[in-house]
Design a protein around this ligand. Structure first.
Ligand SMILES: [Zn+2]
Ligand SMILES: [Zn+2]
Length: 252
């Protein structure tokens, strides 16, 4: 298989596989494509294998961070997580960051606009709903997680090792997508619906829907084969094509 050897963040080399070989069936908590593992919870996390290290996309809640640890122990020879890329500040995506950071001390990347919610300098906005607003007012202090300060900011089009960040503001002010080869980790800017097609995230938990639609269209204009979303099942092939249908629906 065609492989590119590039230096990794820690200076070691790794193999980047531009077109991962698909595994036969799509099961959560397993290797879904060559070197890419899907860990499901309230949100999705993904582990990308490099030559001797692991990259994690989103940590999930603290409880899932512990499941990620177990998965690495049993399935990935207890290898080290060298970097964690956070798609956005929502607690179901970053709550486990403190725990994983205390174990692996990885480089941890996020967009500057979302960082203050992870360092707990800013409070997460409450959903604009008569039932959920008071509920989240009570739950938020328990859900926010311990502050993580060791964050590095990553900007639009910045490449770190084999990951290229794409700024996709809207769902949160600093939402990011991460592209590696033909694989897009779309966070919550594009999730998948019950039919497995790309769709917009729920308005209730979205900072700015018009901005999210612009970012969704930006994703649709890019070329990638696999889309690994923050929620819903991953799309393993022809993801860009399936975006075109989704865009038509939005514009209808
Ligand atoms: Zn979110
Ligand atoms: Zn989410």
């Amino acid at each position: 298989m065609f492989q590119i050897i590039l230096p990794s963040i820690s200076g070691n080399t790794y193999k980047l596989l531009p077109l991962p070989k698909l595994m036969s069936d799509l099961r959560p908590n397993s290797e879904i494509a060559d070197g890419i593992h899907w860990i499901k919870g309230m949100s999705n996390s993904y582990i990308v294998e490099t030559h001797d290290e692991l990259i994690l996309i989103d940590t999930g809640f603290n409880k899932k961070a512990k499941r990620i640890m177990e998965y690495i122990k049993t399935e990935l020879e207890d290898r080290k997580v060298s970097s964690i890329f956070l798609t956005h500040h929502h607690t179901d995506h970053v709550n486990g960051a403190y725990h994983l950071h205390s174990i692996f001390h990885p480089n941890m990347f996020i967009h500057e606009l979302d960082a203050p919610y992870v360092t707990n300098e800013k409070r997460r906005p409450l959903p604009n709903n008569i039932v959920l607003k008071p509920m989240f007012l009570i739950l938020n202090p328990f859900m926010k997680g311990k502050a993580v300060h060791a964050l590095q900011y990553v900007q639009d089009k910045e490449t770190i090792g084999q990951i290229q960040a794409h700024f996709l503001p809207g769902h949160t002010p600093g939402s990011l997508g991460f592209l590696t080869g033909k694989v897009m980790f779309s966070g919550d800017t594009a999730v998948t619906n019950k039919h497995g097609d790309p769709s917009l995230p729920p308005k209730l938990f979205t900072h700015d829907m018009n901005m999210t639609i612009k970012s969704f269209k930006k994703l649709a204009s890019m070329k990638f084969d696999m889309m690994l979303p923050g929620h819903g099942n991953p799309i393993l092939h022809d993801a860009s094509l399936r975006f075109q249908d989704a865009i038509q629906k939005i514009e209808r």
